[in-house]
Every structure is written in C-alpha cells, then in structure tokens.
Design a protein around this ligand. Sequence first.
Ligand code: K7E
Ligand code: CUA
Length: 763
Amino acid sequence: MINTSKRALSLVLAAGIGLTATAALSTETLQDVLKRRNLSQQDLLAAAKTYVPTGKRDEFVTFSSGGQSGQVIVYGVPSMRILKYIGVFTPEPWQGYGYDANSKAVLDQGKIDGKTITWGDTHHPAISETNGEYDGQFLFINDKANPRLAVIDLRDFETKQIVVNPIYKSEHGGAFVTTNTEYVIEAAQYPAPLENKKFYPLEEMNEKYRGGVTYWKFDRKEGRIVPKDSFSFELPPYWQDLSDAGKGPSEGWAFTNSFCAERYVGGIEKGRPPYEAGCSAKDTDYLHVMNWKKAAEVVKAGKAKKINGHNVIPIDVAVKEGLLFLVPEPKSPHGVDVTPDGKYIVVGGKLDTHASVYSFEKIQAAIKAGKFESKDPYGIPVIGMKDALHVQVPLGLGPLHTQYDSKACVAYTSLYVDSQVAKWDYCAGKVLDKLSVHYNIGHLMTMEGDSTKPAGKYLVALNKLAIDRFVPVGPLHPQNHQLIDISNDKMQLLYDMPLPLGEPHYAVSIAASKLKPGVRYKVGTDSRTDKPHPGAVRAGEERTEKKGNKVTVWGTLIRSHITPETIEVDVGDEVTIHLTNLERAQDETHGFTVSTYNVHASIEPGKTVSVKFKADKEGVYPYYCTEFCSALHLEMMGYLLVKPKGWKPTKVGLAKGTYTEADYKATVKKVADTQAIIDSVVAYITSVNYKDFPDVVAMVEDAFDQLGKTKGLKEKHEAFAAKKDWEQANLWAEQIWQYQVKTADLGLRAKTYLEQNGAKKIK
Ligand code: K7E
Ligand code: CUA
C-alpha cells in the first residue's frame, strides 16, 4: 500500500517537472527513410496530404455505417483515424450499451413483435440539416434487415431512440433527411403485405404485396422522432430503393428510385429463373417523384388510412391529390442524388453505362401540363423519360452512387463493375477524369457531399472488396475505405483504411468545427432520456434500501472509490444499483461491473446509470471500476455479498492492520509536503489568466472539489492519534493524501495545459 502510494506521488511529481521528450535527435534524413522503407516521391506526397501530426486534429469527421455490426463508426478525415464506435442496434460493452438498464431501454424500443433483436444491417447514415446544410446536431441510421431507424444525438454521440417501421419487413432506403430535417425518409425494399402478420401467397404479389416510403416526423427540440405525426406512401411492389430530398427549387419534393419494377417472383426450386434474371429483364424501372409537403397536409386533412396504427396514404389518394408521379429510369438503378442546387436528380443505372440527369424543372413542367406518357398498372401517372431528362452521360460500367464537389456542376459517380470513380460535369454532360479504386466500389462520399454546400477536398471510396490490399487475416477480409484527394483536376489516391466491423455501405462527413459535443453531463443526467435520472444522488446522500426482496443502491463514483464499498443482499434479491459519477474533469469516466452478473456501465462525468440484476447465486462478488481512472484505480472496488438463506454472523469486527506512531507521523509529513506542491501549483495557476481557458476552469473546480473533501479529516486523524489508535489515525491521514494526489494531478494537468497554450501572467 505504502509503496503504491509512493509510486503514485512520484508519478504526480514527474508530471509537474514537465519531462519533455528528450530522445536523441534522429540523424536519418528524409531520403534515408524513403530508401529504407521503399517509398516513392508520390507516396510522400500522399502521406503529406493525409498525415495529421501528433496533437493535431482532423478537418472532417466521418460517420460511417457499421454494416452488419449494427453500429456507427466515426473516423477523422484526412487521417482516417478511427475515433469511436457508437452502439446503435447492437449491444456494445465498452459504452455499457445493452448492459445497463438505461441503454437497454433504448435497445428495447427496437423489439419487433415483442422479440429482442440484437443486431442490425446498417446502410445509410444521415446528418441533420438546416437549410440543406449539415448542422451537426443529430445523426440518423437505418437497419435494413429489421425495418428500424435510430436517432443519435451528436451532443454526446449516444443513441437516443429506435423506431420500428410499422408496415415494412425490410427497409433499405433510409436515412435521408429533408432540408430542415422536418422528416427522415425511409423506403421499403422487398415488397410484403403492409398489414402486420398478414399472409398472402406470392401468387398475389401484384395485388397484395406493397412497397412504400415512410416520412418520419422529427421533433428537433425534443431530439426524437414522433411516430404519430409520421406517415407513409403506399406504393406498388417496385422494390423502392434509395431516396433523396429536394432542395432549393425542388424543396418539398423527394425522389425514390426503384428496381424490379417487373414485380417478378423468382423460383429456382420450381424451375423458374431466379430473381436476378426476372428483376432486371426490362430496360427501365421507375423513379418515384413525391410531393411530401403536400402529402403532410393531406394526412392532416384526414385522408390517410391507418395500417397498424400508422398513417398510410393509399395509392389512389396520392394520385388524386397529385402527390405521386413516376419517371422511367434505366436500368435496375441504384443511387438517386439531388444536385446541391436542387435543380437536377442524378440516377445511376446499375446495368446501364449512363448516369441519367433529370431536370426538376422539366418534371414540374410535365406535371403542370398534365403531359404523361401513360399510367402504371396502379394508375400512377408516368412522365416520359425524354420529357424529364436533362442529359445522359456515358460514365462506364455499373454506375451507382453520385456525390458532389464544391466546384459548380462537378460530380463523382462510383462505377461498381469498372472499379473506378468517374469525375464528370452534370451541367455540360461530359467526363472529366477517372480513377481506379480497389475494388468494386459501392457508395462514395465527398465532404458534406449531400448538402447544399459540399466542401470538396476529399472523397472516400467505400469499396466492396479488399482482396489483396492488406496483410491477410483469413477468408473474411476487412472492408476498404480509400481516401482520394479531389482538390485538383486529377484525382489522387492517398490512403487505404481497413474497416473490420462490417460492411459500411455509406458514410457522411461533416466539418469537425461544426460538431460541438459536450465533455460532461449536468450531474445526475440519464443520458438516454436527456432527463434527470431518478436514481441520482449527490455526495453524502448515498444509501442502500431493502424493501421485501428488492434492494436499491443509490451510489456515487469519484476518484478513486465507489460509495458504497459493500452491498449486502440475500440470495434471490432483485438488485438495482444507481451510480452517479461526481467528476467534472474531462475524460474522467468510471466503469462499473459486478463479477459474473453480466452487467456493465460506462459512467462519464455527471452521468447517472442504473444496473439491474437478480442476485440468484449466493457468494462473494467483487465489483469494480473498469476504466483506468487514476493511480488508485485498481483500488476502486467493493464487495457484493450475497448471503444464503438464514445466514447468521459468526465473527464480529474486521481484522486490524499493524500501524505504529512512526507510520502515522510519516504520513502526516507526506501530507504536509504534498500540500506544499499543491500550493506552488495554485500559486502558478492563479498568477496567470487561467479563467480564459474553460477547460482549465473545469479542472481547477474539480481540483478544489477534491481538496474540499479533506475537510474535517485532520481533526479526525488527530482525535484517533490522541487515542493512540494508530491504524485509524494513519488511514484517515492517508485519505487526506489521496485527495491531495488527485488535486495535485488535476492541478498539474491544468498547469501543463496553460504552459502549452500560452497563458499570460496577470498582475
Ligand atoms: Cu449502394 Cu445499401 Cu446504399 Cu450498399 S447501398 S452499396
Ligand atoms: Cu474509476 Cu477506475
């Protein structure tokens, strides 16, 4: 114990002296390194474009779908350094997601027909927008396998809500937001009956199976989707795919492409050609053009019907009200992407070599003139392709998704079959450049490339296959995100980043300066509801109560102890432990687990979290803090004692340690010496303009908080010393030193920060 303490103090002191890196200066030149590592000038150029020096930060933050992991992956551009995995549809132990009661409540919103689903197939993240620009407030992401949509708050990067689509069985085309995030758009993929659990045979595909597009109403103030104010279009079974909302002149409208407008039903087992043949036989499918603003009014006017309690606009109502039109699009298309100015809609024809650029103006003119070439079998007016097209541009094989540059009229389209990115001009209709990627690119993404103000600079190719790009790790390869420089006329491939967590279909990037996440919660916050947690307590209010077989603990965490340190229950009790992290310093997270009870919580500064379990096994179970939070982190623990039925104590009093007066005096001296260090640090901090540095102010507050806890302890150890109880005297003095160490630790951190950030002397 004493040795550990000494080491802790020397650590603290070392930090104070401010040990600088004094490694011998390298005598190697840049040329030497290029030679030794077999790098070319071109490599060096690429490295210079991606390298973010130690201590510096990325210019953009990317939110990538985590594919089958059901999570979101956050990384920086251009460094491609992974910053976080956000637990969304799948439990994530580090964050306690699915292992504490509060986050479980979020995952439980995603139950379907009462069934817990612990994974998701995430495809498309979307950042909330204001006037068509990314505002950095919220992130949405879909689950294709189980038709669900999640809301992540970018104030703390936590999942707050999961909504289940009430009428679909799959959901590929989400999430896409309208220009002011009034709605989050989500399209079905595989047609199915819209009524829950209704069975119809495949022979009734055309009559009873339906597709659709859902508009989830988003309440920005609450930061939650409002299911009762949301609605869907009932659509023919055309396998609706991706969507994009109009902007500028096309605001109020949205576009959803589709494939398998053939409505084909495969049946290899019956000797019928498979879906792949029957779904791609015809030359065109349908782009769906929808007036969502007017649709919302139609729903308000009570013209929607309810299916499974959800507002659905029947096809005939949508046609009658002029909400829905079709335009042919070639051929088994995939992406649909509105240009930043909102004038054009670009569709990639997977099996066609062209990108088709539709003109919103022409579409509107045809609608106004009532100029339709036909009606589809469901009575939806079809606008002639020629009447809607601005231009078709031959790009290459397998065009899929399109993203935009900050330069006017410049677009980038992924060519899946060619494994290339095509840079082209959608106004003039010509190809500008092509770059090979590795291999089979799906989506691609430019910085803020979905918004009305793309930032250009970088493009990420989200490739489907990695094949030989990385050190082999078995038959399952990582995914490959390739970073490309698009700031010049010619694109340059810069960097390969393996992503080993699932297949991220799509990603979105935002300027890092637009994100303003907090570093601490208001003390006692349930981060999943953003409301005060009923189980929160302040220091000194900790308690344990037992009512019948229910034991509730109101506890706290602060460096380096958990209060309480003992929890006694009877076997079979239902245990709820509420824990509040009382820290205010940045990054002082504590974790909490109880041996073998499968609970875990991550409790960041200010947060309150509950864990619940049934103490169904008698015995002794240590609980402890799982984040290395301080020098005495390993001591941050306690015991859960699960007593057998009818147990009676057999021994009174805990074993005594052996301490002498000399031990006590040594500790008292140590306390005095440490106080001198603290005083010198305080003298430094208060001699400079520390109040101009909010991070330092928080550290200083926390430091004084820690020091404040020593109040009364001096009297306490002196009283025990007077009674010659050297153990209690020594340990209470030692406890003062514990608080001092934490104070000194914070103080020195503040001092270093001030020195490195140019604090100025004040008079
Ligand atoms: Cu093209 Cu799901 Cu957007 Cu995969 S999707 S690539
Ligand atoms: Cu708290 Cu480790």
